[in-house]
Write a protein that binds this ligand. Structure first.
Ligand code: FAD
Ligand code: HEM
Length: 490
């Protein structure tokens, strides 16, 4: 991997030896994305939007104060410095550990958690169900009122995806009993946060807003013990993210600039883009990245790599514009060769285990065929044939925009079979009619196959259900996180 540019000692993981309750000064992020051509235009919009998003200070209910003798204080290690009466209760500042490995080991988290903590946290979450939208709005309002400089790290309009940060906190807490998965998830999140310019010193601010939102919207289950449990959980979560970001600094940039070299419109809604990153971009077939366009600064969306890593270092994406979609519409209709996009680090675990002999049963719906194609190329590159069965689904025949290239791969590789599936309208030629999972059910048996699914969340859910029903255990089924797949507002 390449070395990172634009960081200093205060960047992710750089809080050094400072005390638990005395974080370093909240300096401007060292890794702020550079100003882009349309950034100024967007910043006027951002300011206007910030005014709309953030309630006036008087509208924010007063924070609950926790007695100094509470379990939270006891749980947090050293005695906190006294606070001015009006200050909200701080969340401990996580620290950059000198040896990130052991500090972030699942064992440490396991040791830190207790059955009582899990129970207290679950009770808060159960109470929060039904009011999580309001709690999210409150969380951000409070965060931006108390730390206005953080507002500019976020997109101008936050209506669609603003619940992601809050939801991830809840997901993390939900995964608290499954440390292996939790640690992997959080390490990825921590690495991904470098592109936002997130610093260790920002974490207490987010933690305080979170605690206040929980106290406000889950009052029945909230109290000193619940708060102490949440502080412990949040501190562990933050520490893992911070350490992963710090480790990543040594080997990779916070983001990559990537120039579009080809832009091919396959249908009015779908374009295939090839980009050249400014530095080598390491990834594995089946993974995805986050992408920011010059037209919507700070608005990041996920897109899957449509090919396995190539010797020329170029990356390909299949983009479908969704109605009124900010990023996808720009990429399909506006982007041209020469435009420069920004990429975050690779993510996702829908990758092939080359040590196994099992076959690959792949379901790709719409542009979900992109990572499936990458997996096929990946298997081909190993020179060790194993059966790969691809079911390629689309709404209509017209939407099977990548069928010809897939059929060419089938001609080339005897171990590959590609079956187009059309949900609506006529199913010409070899195409099967119906939904993808139904089509898969007509073939098989699939017991010696691992499942790989990519496409809209609904397709993934019904696909997984079908594969499990056909006898493939869940641990042999891979797909992108449904949490990440939930469309904005969905
Ligand atoms: C892991 C992962 C991999 C992905 N890979 C690809 C890929 O390879 N190619 C690709 O084209 N997309 C892919 N996506 C979807 C992509 O990240 C964006 O969600 C999509 O491009 C819409 O973004 P937008 O900014 O244009 O729309 P937004 O501005 O976010 O949304 C505009 C409107 O469209 C709705 N909407 C959002 N997403 C969808 C959707 N997928 N279908 C229907 N309506 C939607 C929203 O609810 C909203 O009403 C992937 C998503 C994930 C999580
Ligand atoms: C434990 C703490 C945190 C968790 C679990 C968390 C989680 C998330 C998640 C899941 C997202 C969605 C996009 C992505 O996957 O990158 C996100 C976005 C973001 N986070 Fe965090 N985050 C945390 C702390 C912070 C902190 C301390 C900051 C700095 C202020 C921050 C700033 C951002 C920004 C700017 C975005 C982009 C928002 C957007 O695209 O709408 N996060 N966070």
């Amino acid at each position: 991997m390449t070395t990172m540019s634009g960081s200093d000692g205060a960047s992710a993981g750089g809080s050094g030896e400072r005390g638990w309750f005395s974080p370093p000064s909240d300096a401007a992020p060292a890794e702020r994305p550079l100003e882009r051509p349309l950034e100024r235009e967007a910043s006027a919009e951002r300011e206007a939007s910030a005014e709309r998003d953030v309630p006036a200070e008087r509208d924010v209910p007063a924070l609950r104060r926790v007695p100094a003798s509470s379990g939270a204080a006891a749980a947090s290690g050293p005695i906190p410095e006294p606070l001015p009466a009006s200050a909200p209760r701080p969340v401990p500042a996580p620290q950059r550990t000198s040896a990130p490995g052991p500090a972030t080991s699942p064992q440490r988290i396991l040791a830190a958690r207790s059955a009582e903590d899990s129970e207290l946290i679950r009770a808060t979450m159960t109470e929060l169900e039904g009011s999580s939208d309001a709690a999210t709005a409150y969380f951000y309002a409070l965060l931006f009122v108390q730390h206005p400089h953080l507002r500019e790290m976020f997109p101008a309009a936050m209506d669609g995806q603003r619940d992601r940060l809050f939801r991830a906190l809840l997901t993390s807490v939900r995964l608290y009993d499954d440390p292996e998965v939790l640690v992997e998830y959080l390490r990825g999140l921590g690495r991904g946060h470098r592109k936002y310019g997130t610093l260790p010193t920002h974490y207490p601010a987010v933690g305080e807003a979170l605690m206040a939102a929980l106290g406000q919207y889950a009052p029945r289950s909230w109290g000193p013990r619940a708060e102490a449990a949440w502080v412990r959980a949040y501190t562990a979560i933050s520490q893992i993210m911070i350490d992963a970001a710090a480790e990543d600094e040594a080997r990779a940039p916070a983001w990559w600039d990537a120039e579009i070299v080809t832009h091919e419109r396959r249908t009015p809604e779908i374009a295939v883009l090839t980009v050249r990153p400014d530095q080598p971009y390491p990834f594995r077939a089946g993974q995805y990245t986050s992408l920011e366009t010059p037209w919507w600064p700070r608005v990041w969306r996920h897109y899957s790599f449509a090919s396995a890593p190539r010797p020329d270092g170029l990356l390909t994406f299949h983009i479908k514009s969704v109605p009124a979609g900010w990023v996808s519409t720009s990429l399909v209709q506006r982007a041209r060769p020469g435009d420069v996009l920004r990429l975050g680090p690779p993510a996702g675990s829908m990758t092939v285990d080359h040590g196994a002999d099992s076959g690959l049963l792949c379901l790709g719906g719409g542009t979900g065929i992109a990572p499936i194609k990458a997996l096929v190329e990946d298997v081909a590159s190993q020179g060790r044939p194993r059966p790969v069965e691809v079911f390629y689904g689309a709404r209509t025949d017209h939407d099977l925009y990548d069928l010809d290239p897939m059929l060419r791969l089938q001609e080339r590789y005897g171990w590959l079979s590609v079956r187009p599936v059309v949900a609506a309208g006529p199913a010409p030629g070899e195409a099967l009619a119906g939904q993808l999972p139904e089509a898969v059910r007509r073939y098989g048996p699939w017991l010696s196959y691992d499942g790989y699914l990519s496409g809209p969340p609904g397709m993934i859910r019904s696909g997984v259900e079908t594969l499990v029903g056909l006898g493939i255990p869940t641990h042999r089924i891979r797909h992108d996180s449904l949490d990440a797949l939930t469309p904005a507002g969905g």
